[in-house]
Design a protein around this ligand. Sequence first.
Ligand code: SAH
Length: 220
Amino acid sequence: MRKLEDAYLHKGLRKQLVDLLRTKGITDEKVLEAIGAIPRHFFLDSAFDRIAYEDRAFPIAADQTISQPYTVAYQTQLLQIKPGEKVLEIGTGSMYQTTVLAAMGAKVYTIERQKQLFDLTPYYIFKQQYTDILFSFGDGFEGLPELAPFDKILITAAAPVVPEKLWAQLKVNGKMVIPLDEEGAEQRMMRLTKKKDGKEKRESFEAFSFVPMLEGKTSK
Ligand code: SAH
């Protein structure tokens, strides 16, 4: 594993990123605090060391991407995380978003369908720092029924529909944040709140661009 160092340079760039997210409309101080605390460059190849704090998505292994910081902040803000909540995340990817949720005090259950990415998770030093994360290799469309229900569900890939099995694993009054495909290059960010009768209250937000949520899992 490469040596990880959080230098003054990184800290300075991270502070600038937090300021930028503020100007872009992120207001939840807890979210900004988490982004300010977590070294994003730890989750990227060392080639990205100096540009890791630009507000951009970058490639990671298995042709996937680490989400743009604005997107991570935006989705996390919509989730309204409270310490101790059980959060199911679909699409572990680089583990950056996972760690932001854990830093906010959530108990995170995260699923990744790419074996190559899942196999990298033991190497993240944050796995030791945040012990309230459970990593799972599998198809996120199935969720984790044995560990349900969840207070919040976050989907970090573009979903073609609201996955039925995931909806069933959400608590009443729970919230799901999901980029829903609207037939095109972009997806609409939605926040769905589960009402007492099991039906959804739907709120629609900005358009984003995510890699697709795919069925099944890879074998290698
Ligand atoms: N939260 C991640 C985003 C990674 S991109 C980060 O910030 O790094 C989306 C991820 O979702 C990819 O790693 C992709 O492999 C994964 N994914 C797509 N469909 C999935 C599914 N059905 N179940 C689990 N993971 C899925």
